[in-house]
Design a protein around this ligand. Structure first.
Ligand code: ADP
Ligand code: MG
Ligand code: ZN
Length: 479
């Protein structure tokens, strides 16, 4: 936790790889991985004399991203050359956008512990990704793989509006969820499809000016982003308290030691010598083009949330959770259509499904079963065929193998026992073996009933119909 006489200020530059089929300036595949240098052609390998042609889908996806994040769209946009040398970028410049980004002045809303907050987006521009260096483990040098060179990116630049690592995580999760809803990226952070440059500064509470910031580049897990910000804020405060100045520099976060290291300082502050890309024409968009894209957008989380509260009677909390990911939201809608019990579906997603994902360290995009299975599962509870305790076990099974829940309970013999005679037998046995609890109950200790029911559940491996069990116990105990 950061000292409470200081405030942390954070701004993010988020890079998101677009899921177009082909690269931004050539027709090579954007598919992740592959043998090194197999998704390449003379254009993305920067052979002299080759010329780029802009992939129209990239513009469309970027405009989608802009509209979904409340941005204005620039109708007279263009590409610019950003000049710098790095071995994974053979042209020695990157085609990006400088003064006329496609989208500008947007915002997204995040939930914080003090309610909703708007994080402003300064701009979203399009650019090309770089290749990758593979460092030889035997020290024989480094190899360049250009498969990723020319994969289209959008860069989303936020205003320095975030004040804690929790707000940063909420903002990143919000962007990820929006980009998943509008289907412009697979947003796989572990593959680098979504990554952030994190700018951090601190200042005394109440100060008007921002402090000097440091930047940590290419962070691609929520956990490291949160840890890195918390560490870096503490480090900066300590420097200031010791009378030192913060240097504006690029840092590298090391997950293993849990600290930041200096990479390069201000001395190499880059002069990119931007100029309009002479090999590409300007990007001119008509109102009609923009409106058509607006109309093509799917329903976004904010509107879904309203609908879930108003039409389905979900609580604010359950609704927020259900829309936090497209994968949850689609699961919720599909399952509800089948079982017509939105409350149970919503609760199951928020508690059980989220818990199991968390235990497996997986994200909602890895869910393999659909609303078809979940909907049937909830119907089975509602019809009294299984108890909710058994439903939880069926869910665990669904994570291992996708099968209809009715099939699972049949195979496992998990159908609820609702036969009065069979349950009565169990009740009598438990009463006989627990004379002390019976005496306790009769002496006014109501809790003893819960214990007896629990024993009966254990005896039947959770399969006894709980209402029937309660009823029969009460009947016997009153005798
Ligand atoms: P540059 O052009 O050098 O990358 P920008 O002004 O475009 O710098 O800012 C880059 C990112 O840094 C933005 O996301 C912005 O919100 C953030 N940022 C700028 N100043 C600060 C600061 N003092 N503390 C934290 N973040 C900052
Ligand atoms: Mg920058
Ligand atoms: Zn190519």
């Amino acid at each position: 936790m950061v000292r409470d006489d200081y405030e942390v200020v954070i701004g993010l530059e988020v890079h998101c790889e677009l899921s177009t089929k082909t690269k931004i300036f050539c027709s090579c595949s954007t598919e992740f991985g592959g043998e090194p240098n197999t998704h390449c052609c003379p254009v993305c390998m920067a052979m002299p004399g080759t010329l780029p042609v802009l992939n129209e889908k990239v513009v469309e996806y970027a405009v989608k991203a802009g509209l979904a994040t409340n941005c204005s769209i620039e109708k007279n946009s263009k590409n610019d050359r950003k000049n710098y040398f790095y071995p994974d970028s053979p042209k020695a410049y990157q085609i990006s956008q400088f003064d006329k980004p496609l989208c500008y002045d947007g915002h997204v809303t995040i939930e914080t512990e003090n309610g909703e907050k708007e994080i402003r987006i300064e701009r979203i521009h399009i650019e090309e990704d770089a290749g990758k260096l593979n460092h030889d483990e035997y020290g024989r040098g480094s190899f360049v793989d250009l498969n990723r060179a020319g994969v289209p990116l959008i860069e989303v630049v936020s205003k320095p509006d975030m004040r804690s690592s929790a707000e940063v995580e909420a903002y990143m999760r919000k962007l990820k969820s929006i980009f998943e809803y509008i289907e412009i990226s697979d947003c796989k952070m572990e593959q680098g499809s979504l990554r952030a440059d994190v700018n951090v500064s601190v200042r005394k509470k109440g100060a008007k000016e921002f402090g000097t910031r440091t930047e940590m580049k290419n962070m691609n897990s929520f956990r490291s982003i949160v840890r890195a910000i918390d560490y870096e804020a503490e480090r900066q405060i300590e420097e200031i308290e010791n009378g030192n100045e913060i240097m504006q520099e690029t840092l590298r976060w090391d997950d293993i030691s849990g600290r930041t290291f200096s990479m390069r300082d201000k001395e190499d502050a880059q002069d990119y010598r931007y100029f309009p890309e002479p090999d590409l024409v300007a990007i001119k968009l008509s109102d009609e083009y923009i409106e058509n894209i607006r109309k093509s957008l799917p329903e976004l989380p904010e509107s879904r949330k309203k609908r879930y509260i108003e039409n389905y009677g979900l609580t604010e909390k359950a609704a927020n959770f259900a829309v936090s990911s497209k994968y949850y939201s689609n699961l919720f809608e599909e399952a509800t259509k089948i079982c017509n019990n939105p409350k149970t579906v919503g609760n199951m997603i928020m508690s059980d499904i989220a818990r199991i994902l968390n235990e497996r360290e997986e994200e909602p995009d890895s869910l393999k079963f659909t609303g078809k299975e979940l909907g049937e599962l909830v119907s089975l509870i509602d019809k009294g065929i299984i108890s909710s305790a058994i439903a939880k076990k069926v869910l665990e099974e669904l994570f291992n193998e996708v099968k209809m829940p009715s099939k699972i309970i049949e195979e496992k013999g998990w159908v609820q026992i609702s036969d009065e005679g069979a349950i009565k037998e169990v009740v009598m046995k438990i009463l006989e073996n627990n004379a002390q609890s019976v005496a306790d109950y009769k002496a006014g200790k109501d809790k003893a009933l819960g214990f007896l029911v629990g024993q009966a559940m254990k005896e039947t491996k959770g399969k006894a119909n709980p209402q029937l069990l309660n009823k029969l116990f009460l009947e016997e105990l009153k005798k």
